[in-house]
Write a protein that binds this ligand. Structure first.
Ligand code: HEM
Length: 521
């Protein structure tokens, strides 16, 4: 989300209110602005003699702090501030203080070793309130509430033992994806892959969760789910939660009815479709996650169930689409890597007469190194899942005051020169000596991590195993059959990102999938 655009949006909001209300809101706004200014000034923390002050980048303005200095690629901007000022920074966004960390060991210490203090979530108003129905579910729940129960359920439902039951279905979805993009590339002289990837990722997660797949992108229920996922990102954006940063905006939002629109969206759009999908899933033939959940002795209320299932479906779509989008762009830029990976897949097919399964991945060390390097080289998210501390925390002599939001600058962390040699270069071979699954690396010591895109410690991503299977099956299905080439419009942009919600999408791009003449399948 372009933060400069946020400002112009709030100005647009102001100008759209009728004159009487406008006058009132301007008076109230001025009062709240003054209050915000005073509270920001007063919140300046006093440090003890042994404590170092956390560096603050210049480019901070009264009241808004760094909000207007981030540009349209905030993680990259913050990474350049880190290069100048070191691995820990304090940023001010209106009344909210953020700490950004850009070094793997420091992030590990704070987010894993000090996890009992740093595993609270930053809860933007919409996501912490309306979306999670006041802290239910998993992603935006706090660890001192019902989160523990929901987390245990999610870990059980997304465990390798459960997820492996869906392997055939995942491979089938990958194969449908490849056939569709091949066909459309021929018909249209190249394609924009986003919609096809969303269709793949949503069908995979609804198949697992509800035992339901959609035949077409025109299916009304599919379209509703897509629009809910997009609306959640929109309502959760900084623009719609600007009152968290600048309390003044809550008055503007009051007159615009923003909160009631959010409440209505959850009550009349999100909840009913999820309730229906959950009910239908219990009656559907075959396995699905809802049935597994019903069969186990978990004690979740109906609302907790809706919140958790909604979290799993929504968390399971964009992340996968973004990672696979980057895989496609990167492969297009590195034809030699494509050829080496395809040759490795072909060797397996020649011996076994079929595509490799995820459990046979050690027979494809080069391919798994390429997948790891893609996730390191272009992280799918700017900051992972933002955390917060509810008490003062000391980290290497720095004081992180109670109430601070903590983010990991994933671009900086995945490009740390002490951790990765030549971090700005795409070098799959760097992982040839680390063939463990990404999930195993996620659970291991910081030295053995491959990349940091699945988070840390108590709140690390419970969907990592499912993600790895989806990424593996799609990557090898594509390269066994296709070659990815640029269209006449040129090479896709590999450097710039479009930050939307919690994701770093590639900018819109077009590529061509061509059938490999020597393909063995
Ligand atoms: C490549 C794909 C994915 C990436 C990179 C990813 C990354 C992340 C990250 C960074 C977090 C926050 C971790 C933290 O705070 O330390 C997270 C949390 C979460 N992810 Fe994923 N994720 C992916 C796919 C999935 C999938 C497929 C699912 C489920 C189907 C899923 C479900 C969740 C849930 C429920 C949480 C919240 C956990 C909690 O707060 O306790 N994710 N993920």
């Amino acid at each position: 989300m372009n933060l400069n655009a946020i400002y112009s949006n709030s100005v647009t909001l102001l100008t759209s209110i009728e004159p009487q209300k406008k006058r009132l809101s301007i008076i109230a706004a001025a009062t709240a602005l003054l209050y915000a200014y005073i509270s920001t000034k007063n919140s300046t923390k006093k440090y003890s003699k042994n404590q170092k002050e956390i560096p603050k980048p210049r480019f901070s303005y009264p009241i808004v702090g760094h909000l207007l200095s981030l540009g349209d690629e905030p993680d990259r901007t913050i990474a350049t501030w880190h290069n100048e000022l070191g691995p820990i920074l304090q940023l001010q966004f209106g009344v909210l203080s953020w700490i950004s960390i850009s070094e793997p060991k420091l992030a590990h210490k704070l987010l894993t070793s000090l996890g009992s203090k740093s595993s609270f979530r930053y809860q933007p108003s919409f996501l912490g309130g309306h979306y999670s129905m006041n802290g239910k579910g998993l992603v935006f729940a706090q660890p001192d509430g019902s989160w523990k129960d929901s987390r245990a359920v999610a870990l059980s439902l997304l465990s390798p033992k459960e997820i492996d039951k869906y392997t055939d279905m995942i491979y089938k979805e990958s194969s449908i994806f490849v056939d569709t993009v091949l066909d459309s590339s021929i018909k249209n002289d190249g394609i924009v892959p986003f919609d096809y990837l969303d269709f793949y990722a949503l069908n995979t997660v609804t198949n697992i969760t509800f035992g339901k797949r959609f035949q077409s992108q025109q299916n009304p229920e599919y379209r509703t789910l897509c629009s809910i996922a997009k609306d959640v990102v929109l309502f959760g954006s900084v623009t719609n939660n600007l009152q968290d940063y600048l309390p003044v905006v809550s008055i503007v939002q009051y007159f615009c009815g923003t909160q009631s629109k959010m409440k209505k969206f959850i009550e009349t759009k999100r909840n009913p479709i999820f309730q229906k999908l959950i009910e239908d899933a219990s009656e559907t033939e075959g396995i699905n996650m809802v049935k597994t959940l019903d069969g186990k002795s978990f004690d979740l209320s109906d609302e907790e169930k809706v919140a958790l299932i909604s979290d799993i479906v929504i968390a399971g779509v964009d992340n996968i689409s973004v990672v696979l989008s980057w895989n496609i762009i990167i492969m297009c830029h590195y034809p030699e890597v494509q050829k080496t990976a395809s040759a490795e897949i072909d060797s397996f097919i020649r011996l076994n007469g079929r595509l490799p399964l995820f459990k046979e991945r050690l027979q494809l060390p080069y391919c798994i190194s390429v997948m790891k390097e893609c996730m390191r080289y272009r992280p799918n998210s700017p900051f992972g899942g933002p955390r917060a501390v509810r008490e003062d925390v000391e980290l290497d002599g720095y004081l992180i005051p109670k109430g601070t939001i903590i983010v990991a600058n994933l671009y900086g962390i995945n490009h740390d020169p002490e951790f990765y040699h030549n971090p700005d270069m795409f070098i799959p071979e760097r992982f040839m000596g680390n063939p463990s699954t990404m999930q195993a690396a996620l659970n291991g010591s910081v030295e053995n991590r491959d990349h940091f895109s699945f988070g840390w410690g108590r709140r690390k991503c419970p969907g990592a195993h499912l993600s790895e299977i989806e990424i593996f099956s799609t990557f090898i299905s594509i390269l066994a059959k296709c070659f990815i080439v640029p269209t006449d419009e040129g090479m896709p942009d590999i450097d710039r990102v479009a930050q939307v919600g919690f994701s770093n999408w590639p900018r819109k791009f077009k590529v061509k999938f061509t059938k490999r003449p020597d393909s063995l399948i």
